[in-house]
Design a binder for this molecule. Structure first.
Ligand code: DAH
Length: 339
């Protein structure tokens, strides 16, 4: 009998497996309720007294060996699982990564600033809360000038000198006051006007201002620059500069892009004309240069202002300007794949 137990000990010591069920079967075989160990313990009564000691010691040895083996195999299995956890299953598809989306206003703003950066314009910014000088007076709009009515202004409290800027043209003034020509800068930003909110207009929106000041800058330079811009931005280089009036430029023009009439949408957005207005421009009025400390006999320049919201609505087919400020995630998520 003792020899039989010793054989089992040898067998236990040799046993190895990596399968969970095999370990469990092994455990049941030796350590289970109806396992071999209990069988041997039951034999204990029938063993002659002089053999009892050795018999007992041998069974205990078998028990220890079986228990140790089960523990060792289980641990090895766990370690292996852990190791697997570090590297994972290399064939498993990756976890999808949630990426955010840029706001359509930022997308368009970045596109425009990129286009102008490539032709040597830097980016400048100014405050949204402005004073009368930078928003109006320096731009050739003195007090009581009728053109001030063109822009319904939000004033801060009752101080008529402090207001929310009505256009990014105020940044032109700040830039010229602080920098000597040659100047090539574009200034994106938010502007405010006291207007009724509808699908087409809002009390705040975004503009991008361009300013170029150097010796002998001509209207032809303005036209070429705008043409380059519309080509890069929309893939369309046919533009029209329609005579207009702005107090800070002379001559002034409205910028129209020829959008075409290829599709029904083209008809709709251009009201059947094929032409689309994107902003205003002109040669900087000598008075403005003087107001900003630049000698108009030495320097000349052009300026332009373009509406970002309108372009974003056009390019992304957004039918209601209010969507741009509601921050509805369902709307914003749609721009994930954009640049
Ligand atoms: N500031 C004008 C507006 O908000 C747009 C504009 C027109 C800007 C002509 C300019 C410009 O720089 O030259 O309606």
């Amino acid at each position: 009998m003792i020899d039989k137990i010793k054989e089992h000990i040898a067998e236990v010591e040799k046993f190895t497996t990596q399968a969970k069920e095999d370990i469990e079967n092994f455990r049941i075989k030796y350590l289970g309720k109806k396992g071999l160990l209990n069988e041997f313990f039951a034999e204990f009564r029938n063993v002659p007294n002089e053999q009892k000691k050795e018999f007992g010691q041998t069974i205990n040895k078998l028990k220890e060996a079986a228990q140790e083996k089960v523990n060792a195999l289980k641990e090895a299995l766990e370690n292996k699982a852990e190791e697997k956890g570090v590297y994972g299953d290399l064939t498993r598809p990756a976890q999808p990564m949630e990426i955010g989306a840029r706001h359509p206003i930022s997308l368009v703003k970045n596109q425009i600033t990129d286009i102008f950066s490539r032709i040597g314009f830097n980016v400048s910014e100014g405050p949204e809360i402005e004073d009368d000088w930078h928003n109006f007076t320096a731009l050739n709009l003195p007090e009581y000038h009728p053109a001030r009515d063109m822009q319904d202004t939000f004033f801060i409290q009752t101080n008529p000198d402090i207001l929310l800027r009505t256009h990014t043209s105020s940044v032109q003034v700040r830039y010229m006051e602080n920098n000597k020509p040659p100047i090539r800068t574009i200034s994106p930003g938010r502007v405010y006007r006291n207007e009724a909110i509808s699908a087409r207009s809002h009390c705040f929106f975004h503009q991008i201002e361009g300013l170029y000041i150097d010796k002998e800058v001509s209207f032809a330079d303005l036209k070429q620059t705008l043409q380059h811009f519309t080509k890069e931005m929309f893939g369309k280089s046919k533009i029209r500069l329609r005579p207009s009036y702005f107090p800070f430029t002379e001559p002034s023009a409205e910028i129209d892009v020829y959008w075409g009439l290829a599709t029904e949408t083209d008809h709709k957005i251009t009201k059947g004309t094929g032409w689309l207005e994107i902003g205003g421009c002109g040669m900087v009025d000598p008075n403005v240069l003087t107001n900003c400390g630049i000698d108009p006999t030495e320097y000349s320049g052009f300026a332009f202002g373009v509406g970002i919201d309108r372009i974003a609505m056009l390019l992304h087919q957004i039918g209601d300007i209010r969507l741009l400020s509601e921050n509805d995630v369902r709307f914003l998520e749609q721009f994930k794949s954009a640049l």
